[in-house]
Design a protein around this ligand. Structure first.
Ligand SMILES: C=C(O[C@@H]1C=C(C(=O)O)C=C[C@H]1O)C(=O)O
Length: 362
């Protein structure tokens, strides 16, 4: 054996030793998680196996302690999977998501809950809400806004007649690929995608596929499924969806904006306590008079509360030209700094509901 091979063998032996130690430690961690489950059951908290604030706290601490060479993202992925496995020992969770399999929402759900959660694809956003409302799923994941295309209004509207709370948020970088059996761009006569996918690649399509018809369909995964059946069609979808349906990639990363990110909400029946880095989502409305919005928001401005988003939507059942406002602010509703301003807002509003306080996306 050469000297090089000796070196390699010695290094691999050390890696084997470390893997044995990691296994030992991970097993010990899993046994402790089982003990936590028993402690929760004794305190009557058996239903709250998943604790978003605790998981967020663990991930924040570990990413702060991380000295490399692994990146923050890699450390987060590793430990999310460790926690996913530990959680599944306590109770297997079912997570409904906007399907079918291969959607970006599935990717977001797996990113958040890890691969040891049972994933239940639903055909519509309403279907995800219904699965959680009926108890068929413990949690749900739906898209709520995209950095270049704005709000997913159906998700916001659905909160107006649901008791569900927001228990978490997930941010996912969205990379779109063009997939087709056509062999080249010039043979493509139609492009399938979700409306959001078509919009997020609008400039690219105008430059590279001006001749092709755009066909919005129910999801990017459905687009990949259709493109698998029609040789002159293409799909704008994730690489994972293209692979799942066996459609070759013609071009990767065709999104118009480099930082293209979608934010998803985790739905459930739970109010996570403060984690230290939280966000609160509200829906508010008031009689339609001048200065309405200013009056509703004034307590936030006066107290220096950061507002990260505001959307207005028609109030529907409340009357024509009446609006409700969906507002996200930094902090937890139980934080001392938020209690006063929120109470003032509540007094000024005819509709005031906290949709949830939850750990900010990691
Ligand atoms: C172990 C617990 O239960 C779950 C699993 C966690 C983990 O593996 O660290 C953390 C939070 C919970 O989602 C806990 O609540 O501490």
């Amino acid at each position: 054996m050469s000297v090089d091979n000796d070196d390699l063998a010695a290094l691999r032996q050390r890696i084997d030793g470390i893997d044995d130690q990691i296994l030992e430690l991970v097993s010990e961690r899993a046994r402790l998680a089982e003990e936590v489950a028993r402690a929760k059951a004794r305190r009557g908290e058996a239903l709250k196996v998943y604790r978003p604030e605790r998981e967020a706290e663990i991930l924040r601490r570990l990413t702060e302690h991380n000295r490399g060479p692994l990146t923050r993202e890699q450390v987060t992925v590793l430990f999310r999977e460790v926690m996913s496995a530990c959680r599944a020992l306590q109770q297997p969770l079912t997570v409904a998501f906007l399907g079918p399999q291969g959607t970006f929402t599935e990717e977001a759900a797996s990113k958040h809950f890890g691969h040891d959660a049972g994933m239940s694809p639903q055909a519509t956003i309403g279907g995800v809400f219904r699965e959680v409302e009926s108890g068929a799923a413990h949690y749900g994941v739906v898209p709520v806004e995209n950095s270049s295309e704005g709000v997913v209004s159906h998700t916001l509207d659905r909160f107006l007649d649901s008791e569900l709370a927001i228990v978490g948020e997930v941010e996912l970088r969205i990379h779109h690929a063009l997939a087709s059996h056509a062999g080249g761009l010039t043979s493509i006569d139609r492009v399938y995608s979700h409306q959001q996918g078509l919009s997020q690649c609008r400039a690219w399509l105008e430059t590279h596929l001006p001749q092709a018809e755009r066909h919005p369909v129910s999801s990017t995964a459905e687009a990949a499924r259709l493109a698998a059946l029609e040789p002159s069609a293409a799909a704008i979808a994730s690489e994972a969806a293209a692979e799942r349906y066996g459609v070759p990639l013609l071009q990767e990363r065709i999104e118009d904006y480099h930082g293209n990110t979608t934010r998803f909400l985790v739905l459930g029946y739970q109010s996570p306590p403060p984690s230290g880095h939280d966000k609160t989502s509200l829906v508010v409305s008031s009689a339609n008079r001048s200065g309405l919005l200013f009056q509703l928001l004034e307590p936030l401005a006066r107290n220096g509360i950061d507002m990260t988003r505001i959307e207005s939507r028609p109030a529907r059942q409340r009357g024509v030209w009446e609006y409700v406002f969906f507002i996200d602010i930094l902090g937890h509703a139980e934080d001392e700094s938020l209690r006063g301003p929120l109470a003032e807002m509540r007094e000024r509003a005819s509709l005031f509901r906290i949709l949830g306080s939850y750990p900010r996306a990691i």
